[in-house]
Design a protein around this ligand. Structure first.
Ligand code: GLY
Ligand code: MN
Ligand code: MN
Length: 485
């Protein structure tokens, strides 16, 4: 990796250079500094079109404006985080900022300024193109020569449909502002420091909750993006099946890397750490170390999702026989989870309670556990006491969108105790997990974990499985794997 070149002592210019954190800047000759100022072509992009979701982001901003009249609203994208010295972790803009702008630029801040008792003027505060006169573009760690070309403020205004200003002026503007302010916290400590005397945690949280609840029902653009995320994820699962022999020769990491390749080539990233859990690792719910062996005769629980360029993510799980055929006990457990998932998916429809699909799936799992003699019935008693949870462990699903666990701060009454509406997208993901050291079950169960997870859109008359491109029954999984090998 290249280190920065030395910088001159603050060359003449209208802005001081924000120097690289660890920069070692012995001199640059006056001649070189002068030389670097000129000889650069005009690269302004003049034929840009607004991003596809610009009408949607405008509508969402109008909804917030109506909910918080007369208040200044501040929604930051967040900042780069240092990994070491002058190296940063890859940046992922805050969900709230992306939802309301479509932009993903580090340090960006959306400000909705009240225009009176009603209405707001939106402004997007961004870093502009780098200044070439003062050397910023090649001497500053955030200069475009180092981090890549940014959009000019004029270009960004066209793309996002919002007037843009230099974010370096925002702290002063907010410091001078009067009147009520709310900010989305947790993304930009600098902005929070400026606002510290103007905001309260309680009022800020109301803004965050409002945006979380806005996202419960997806619009057509979002549903299209989620379908893209799922379609790429389907291809990623196919990729994994094709290289299971290589994974057997190496480790679960081969699976993680294979899926990641698909995610990076077709999308932005994976939407969460891929769970590539072979054998008994499948009983560890968030197994993301992915450093274990992949063995013929065992199961692979693969829980992974591609995140699109617009940051919508899939969240899909399949539990596959590594050698292509389930054993008797594996199939018995798999088919039970499938039956539970079928019951769960059937309960996803408009007007149903959010909890219904969970209850439907848990009912089936409890019945199976009683039938197999693993827990004493009757089933009603098991469910009442929650005894099935020793092996079912987690809830049966969650909202899905820009975040894998989407709308996470929506109020209980609108989400967990809420009612399903067309446009909601949620996962249905029952599972059974028998820990390797669980002495309450016969030995043949131990070390087996099965989850089946699909992404389900609530429609006007029921639901649509966005991830139907992957097989779900045990026999369909086997035929699909055979066809790919
Ligand atoms: N991948 C995390 C989940 O399924 O919720
Ligand atoms: Mn998952
Ligand atoms: Mn999930």
């Amino acid at each position: 990796m290249t280190e920065q070149q030395p910088a001159p002592e603050n060359p003449e210019g209208d802005e001081p250079i924000k120097q690289r954190k660890n920069g070692l800047y012995p001199g640059v000759s006056d001649e070189l500094a002068e030389n670097m100022k000129s000889g650069w072509a005009d690269t302004e992009l003049r034929d840009l079109e607004p991003i596809a979701q610009a009408p949607d982001t405008a509508r969402r901003r109008a909804e917030i404006s109506a909910r918080f009249p007369g208040e200044r609203l501040v929604i930051p994208a967040g900042n780069m985080k240092t990994r070491s010295n002058d190296n940063e972790y890859s940046f992922r803009a805050s969900t709230e900022y992306v939802y309301l702008t479509g932009d993903q630029t580090p340090d960006g801040v959306l400000v909705l300024e009240p225009t009176g008792a009603e209405g707001h003027q939106a402004t997007l505060y961004l870093l502009p193109r780098s200044n070439r006169e003062n050397g910023e573009f090649w001497l500053d760690g955030m200069g475009e020569l180092w981090v890549g070309r940014r959009h000019s403020l004029t270009e960004a205004a066209t793309l996002y449909g919002v007037p843009c200003k230099d974010v370096r002026d925002l702290a002063d503007a907010l410091g001078e502002a009067t009147g009520p302010v709310r900010a989305v916290r947790g993304h930009d400590a600098g902005i929070e420091a400026v606002l510290t005397d103007k905001v309260t945690a309680e009022r800020d949280e109301e803004l965050r909750v409002f945006i979380s609840e806005q996202r419960l029902v997806k619009d057509a653009f979002e549903i299209g993006e989620l379908q893209k995320a799922v379609d790429s994820t389907v291809r990623g699962f196919e990729d994994v099946v094709k290289v299971l022999d290589k994974a057997e020769a190496t480790s679960e990491r081969y699976i993680e890397g294979t899926f990641f390749l698909r995610a990076r080539v077709e999308g932005n990233d994976t939407g969460y750490g891929s769970i590539c859990a072979a054998g008994p690792h499948a009983t560890t719910l968030h197994w993301v170390r992915n450093d274990g062996p992949v063995r013929s005769g065992e199961l692979l629980l693969l829980d992974a999702g591609v995140e699109t360029h617009t940051l919508y993510t899939a969240d899909v799980t399949r539990t596959l026989p590594i050698n292509g055929t389930y054993t008797g006990i594996q199939r018995k457990i798999y088919d039970a989870v499938y039956e539970a998932q079928e019951a769960g998916i059937a309960a996803v429809k408009p007007g149903a309670n959010f909890r219904d699909f969970h209850d439907a799936a848990q009912q089936v799992l409890a019945e199976k556990l009683v039938e197999w003699g693993l827990v004493e019935g009757p089933v009603e008693r098991v469910l009442e006491l929650g005894l099935q949870r020793r092996w079912s462990l987690h809830g049966t699903g969650h909202m899905l969108g820009l975040d894998v666990h989407d709308c996470a701060v929506a109020r209980t009454e609108t989400y967990v105790n809420g009612v399903l509406e067309p446009g909601m997208v949620l996962t249905v993901e029952p599972g059974l997990y028998f820990q390797a050291d669980d002495t309450t079950v016969p030995e043949e169960y131990r070390g087996i974990g099965v989850r089946i997870e699909d992404d389900i859109l609530v429609t006007e008359d029921g639901n649509r499985n966005l991830s139907a491109g992957l097989p779900r029954t045990s026999s369909d999984v086997e035929s699909w794997m055979a066809g790919l090998k």
